[in-house]
Structures are given as C-alpha cells and as structure tokens.
Design a protein around this ligand. Structure first.
Ligand code: NCD
Ligand code: ZN
Length: 345
C-alpha cells in the first residue's frame, strides 16, 4: 500500500483570490501548496484591461508573505467592449495567460459578462490566431432553463456553435459538473480541455439539500446528481490530459454564505490536496494524481511543469481549521465529510 507520494508541485488552473483583506488572508493557503494559479478576474469592478491585470498582479504579489513564492497567471474578464488590441498586447508581453468568458448573470460578479456573443467575435478570432486560451463559465443564463440543466444546455446552445465559428480557438471548459461536459470534452481531440474542482469530486446535490440546507456546499455550477459526480471522478482520475485541476476555491464570508440569499462558492484552498489524494486513492489512481494536479494543466497552457516537488504522506488524521479569519470576517473551509489522512509534508 502506498503511504508516501512525491509529485511535481501542483498548479491551480482556476482560483479566486479576491482583493484587499480577503486576498491577504486566502493567498497563503494557495501559495503554500501551489506554484501557480490562473487567477479569476471577477472582482468588483472586474479586471477587464491589461492595465487592470497588471495592477491586480502587483497587489497579489504585494500580499504574498515573505519567503513564499507564487506566480499569479492573470486573466482578463471578457466584456462586449473588450478591445482585441489590448488583449493581444497583454498576451504579447506575458501579462495574461487567458481570457475569461462569463455569460452575463451566470455567477458571482458576472453582470459585466457577455450577452451578445457576436459582439465579442473579433476578440475570439484574435485569440484563436495568437493561441490565447478562453476560459469559459459554461452555464446558460436563460431563467427558463432549470439550474441543474444549465451546463448541458450551454454546450449545445453556446459552446459548440462558438467553437465551430472560431476554428483554432483554444477553450477550457471550467469547473465541469456533468457527464455531458465530460463526454463533450472527451469527444474532441484538439483545442479543448476542462478543469474539475475538488469539491465536485466529493459532493452531489444531496449534500446541499438533503436533511437541511447547507450553504457551504452551494457553488456554481451547482453540484449535480450522483451519476455526474461519478463521471467527474472517472475523468479526473483517468490520466486523460484534457482534464486537470482548477479548484475554483471561492471564499465568501460566513454572513454572505449564510444569509437569506447566500453567495455561491466553496473555499477549498487549505485542504484541497489532502482531499484529492483521498479521492485518487479511493479510485485506485494515485499514480494519476500528478498528471491531474501538476502536468496536464501546464501542457495545455504551453508552460513547463514545475521543477520542484511536494511529498504527500498518509498517516494520522490531518488537522485543518474549520474556518479562517479574514479582515472581512470568517470564511468556512470546505468540509469533505470524511477524515483526511494525506498531508503535504
Ligand atoms: C465563484 C465566485 O464566488 O467568484 N463562485 C462559485 O460558486 N464558483 C464564481 C464562479 O466561478 O462561478
Ligand atoms: Zn470560479
């Protein structure tokens, strides 16, 4: 039985670091284990221009505690006003690694997202030419569509037409939650990948709704039926390079999570790697953990894997805080519902 595992240092290909006091509190939890992260641009106001991205990157680096190393990989928030020239310039000087597409109204701080996809066509075409990936929040926002169907519907109504209309555009379907998304990604050899979160490998919709409403399991895209969770586990642990880790660790303070209209997001940064090792061990796939956390993502983004390694060791239950303190208030850490035995040593 494997009790210790050395893997290249992981990266997080979808992370919310926020800003100000929250940034200062959550950043060390990611930097402790991860070398790099694709940083989501859904601040208020969002990170829309190269100038915004440079300023935000500087704030992240300034918030990094002494002695820690961490490389934020910046993204721009795509709006109907985004200038293709600004995107191309930010890419050319190495400032950004991707552009993020939020359909307007799909999730937290997405009001400035895209309503009319024809308006962003020039940006997408430019991105296809320069090879800059588009990270996609894949949910339709049509209020008539059931929330549990919004991802599957997005593939047919938006994603597939968009990819056909923009040959060569490299797309990451982010935080996939359905067997439909796994099947769509699996069916395409080129220019398409998906990130999978830690929490979607652990919870299904019963965790949110059965036996009481549990706001700390509410995130977007919302967790689906058990059959979908199992499809995600198969994809993540399969060794297929089109699937890689994007934790979507998304901190909100307890009052914002627990109100009458609670925010979406699970905060998984502190215990993600312990949970992932547990899941991969359960699936008999510890040998594929490194691919998922540390190799497939860099390969898709055209970056070298990290040179340094981390060691995961199995032993007595791992202690982690139920909540962390932030200048904005307490943030609850994701509770996988089982004891964790893998620790990063
Ligand atoms: C994210 C957030 O809080 O910014 N929330 C979430 O539930 N994942 C936004 C997002 O990625 O959809
Ligand atoms: Zn997210």
């Amino acid at each position: 039985m494997i009790q210790s595992l050395s893997i290249r240092r992981p990266d997080d290909w979808h992370l919310h670091l926020r800003d100000g006091a929250m940034l200062a509190a959550v950043l060390p939890h990611s930097a402790r284990h991860f070398a790099r992260a694709i940083v989501m641009p859904n601040l208020v106001p969002p990170v829309v221009t190269g100038v915004d991205a440079r300023a935000y990157r500087n704030r992240i680096l300034a918030a990094l505690p002494e002695g820690m190393t961490f490389t934020p990989l910046m993204t721009l928030y795509l709006t109907e006003e985004t200038d293709p020239e600004d995107v191309a310039a930010a890419h050319a000087n190495g400032l950004i690694s991707a552009v993020k597409l939020y359909p307007a109204g799909a999730t937290t701080n997405s009001a400035s997202g895209v309503r009319d996809f024809d308006k962003v066509r020039p940006v997408l075409e430019r991105m296809a030419v320069i090879g800059l990936p588009l990270c996609v929040h894949g949910e339709v926002t049509d209020p008539a569509v059931d929330i549990f169907d919004r991802e599957a519907m997005f593939i047919d109504r938006v994603l597939d037409p968009l990819r056909r209309a923009t040959p060569g555009l490299r797309v990451v379907m982010e935080h996939v939650t359905t067997s439909d998304a796994v099947a769509y990604v699996s069916a395409h050899e080129r220019d398409l990948a998906a990130t999978i979160t830690t929490h979607h490998l652990v919870i299904n919709r019963n965790h949110i709704l059965a036996g009481g409403i549990r706001p700390h399991y509410y995130c977007l895209p919302v967790a689906k039926r058990e059959e979908h969770r199992l499809a995600l586990r198969l994809a993540a642990t399969s060794g297929d390079a089109r699937f890689f880790l994007g934790t979507d660790s998304a901190p909100h303070t307890d009052p914002l999570k627990q109100g009458a209209c609670g925010c979406a997001g699970c905060f998984t940064a502190p215990n993600t790697l312990s949970i992932l090792a547990h899941v991969f061990e359960e699936e008999g796939a510890l040998n594929n953990l490194e691919g998922f956390t540390s190799l497939h993502g860099p390969a898709f983004y055209g970056l070298p894997p990290n040179e340094t390694h981390i060691t995961l060791t199995k032993g007595a239950p791992v202690a982690y805080p139920a909540k962390i303190k932030t200048g904005d208030g307490p943030v609850t850490v994701f509770d996988p519902g089982f004891a964790l035995h893998w620790r990063v040593t």
